[in-house]
Design a protein around this ligand. Structure first.
Ligand SMILES: *Cc1c(COP(=O)(O)O)cnc(C)c1O
Length: 426
């Protein structure tokens, strides 16, 4: 406590005047503890520095994009080299073909790739491709799953209209009967089934995919001629050197990628199989910056590291140490924590904490100790993290749990999280 964040406060005040609401999107929602900084100055490896000069071990990894460390020298050198040659040109460079070849070689279901900028571009393109392929309208997707911020899928629909979200039927992730019912309801108008690689919704425990559910999704798509889409924008490359559902032996027709594929540089991708090739070629999709060469150079370097290093085994081992170490420290302090999801994308929620007041207090105390965690969104490990970073995390956790224990009897509800227990929505 007693932290000063004067520069951050000053920037927030100035932002209020020139940026609507002072901020938008996922950093705007006001659903982080009040002492969390809004503005950052730099990042290096596994650490970020806020504008007041404080350094944090960053368990958010930019909400996913940081896989091989901020300012990774090898990746950024490729990016800068290409910047010197040309980035946004009248057409793409040869890197586009090389990158598509690299993805097709790496992802077993993929026969082709198309590149765009954000995950939302890729998921929207997947939907358009499926509708073009089937000439049908309905998308079946899981309740509460995030697929981006376009009007068809944005979680807060202010400013969108009903027809933006027409022709969608929802199912409960991992529930075969619910999926079957949604597909039956779609009847002969089913264009595609969307699935996250695992359940990584905000505010609730994560869940690994039930293979029976994933296989049933594949069967239902095969039976109806609809396309199966795995949205790997968040989890891609943190679970497998392939589409994440390759781990359970289910191959989608389309997969969507983004976040870490260029280690923080602006690039996303839609990958597909031959079945969907003609439809993908038939839709009109583009953007002024979609052919940018420098992010493609960064992505090629990133995929090289994915292929040639043991990063996945290392972040998995680090994630396991973090999980078991945190469990030990939590129980020693008399708390029970639910740690869910893959160890490389951890989420921890306290038992008996329906309004997250414990989670908020713990997160603030971690921030105070130089570790940036999130109270309700899954976190991410990156390959720049070391054993020493996990130790630093666990030391901070021990201190933060002690502080939480002292404050527990007098903790107050967090007003901005009242919706969690009021049964409403944000
Ligand atoms: C972040 C995310 C998206 C959207 O990606 P943007 O780059 O933010 O547009 C889509 N799907 C999932 C699963 C995501 O986590």
């Amino acid at each position: 406590m007693g932290r000063t964040n004067s520069r951050d406060q000053e920037l927030r005040t100035r932002a209020e005047a020139v940026i609507p609401g002072g901020m938008y999107g996922h950093q705007a929602t006001g659903l982080l503890p009040d002492d969390y900084p809004q503005f950052f100055e730099r990042g290096e490896g596994a650490h970020i520095w806020d504008v007041d000069g404080r350094r944090y071990l960053d368990l958010m990894c930019a909400y996913g994009p940081n896989l091989f460390g901020y300012a990774n020298p090898q990746i950024d050198a490729a990016f800068v080299r290409q910047l010197g040659l040309g980035d946004t040109l009248t057409g793409p460079t040869a890197l586009m073909v090389e990158l598509a070849e690299a993805f097709v070689a790496m992802v077993s279901h993929a026969d082709w790739a198309m590149f765009c900028k954000n995950g939302t571009d890729a998921t929207t393109m997947a939907l358009t491709t499926a509708r073009a392929h089937t000439r049908r309208k309905i998308v079946v997707r899981a309740k509460g799953a995030y697929h981006g911020a376009a009007p068809w899928c944005v979680p807060r629909p202010t400013g969108t209209i009903d027809t933006d979200r027409a022709h969608q039927i929802f199912y409960d992730y991992n529930e075969v009967a619910s999926l079957e019912a949604a597909v039956a309801q779609a009847g002969d108008d089913l264009a595609c089934v969307f699935a996250a690689p695992f359940k990584h919704d905000a505010f609730i425990d994560q869940a690994e995919p039930d293979p029976a559910y994933a296989r049933r999704a594949r069967e239902l798509c095969d039976a109806t001629g609809a396309l199966l889409v795995v949205d790997d924008v968040r989890a891609g490359l943190r679970l497998a050197r392939d589409c994440s559902w390759s781990r359970i032996g289910v191959q989608p027709d389309l997969s969507t990628w983004g976040k870490c594929i260029a280690n923080g540089h602006g690039l996303s991708a839609l990958l597909g199989n031959d079945k969907a090739r003609k439809a993908a070629a038939s839709i009109f999709v583009t953007g002024s910056f979609w052919y940018q060469a420098a992010p493609m150079a960064a992505a090629l370097e990133t995929l090289g590291l994915v292929r040639d290093t043991d990063y996945l085994e290392r972040i998995t081992a680090l994630g396991e140490r973090l999980r078991s170490g945190l469990d030990e420290r939590a129980s020693a302090a008399g708390f029970s924590l639910r740690q869910t999801g893959p160890v490389t994308m951890p989420l921890f929620l306290f038992d008996d904490d329906p309004d997250l007041r414990k989670g908020f207090c713990f997160s603030s105390e971690m921030l105070d100790r130089g570790v940036y965690v999130h109270p309700w969104h899954n976190m991410f490990l990156c390959a720049a993290m070391t054993d020493a970073d996990i130790e630093a995390f666990l030391d901070a956790a021990e201190g933060a749990l002690g502080a939480l224990k002292r404050q527990s009897p007098t903790l107050q509800p967090v007003p901005k999280l009242a919706f969690l227990t009021a049964g409403g929505t944000r």
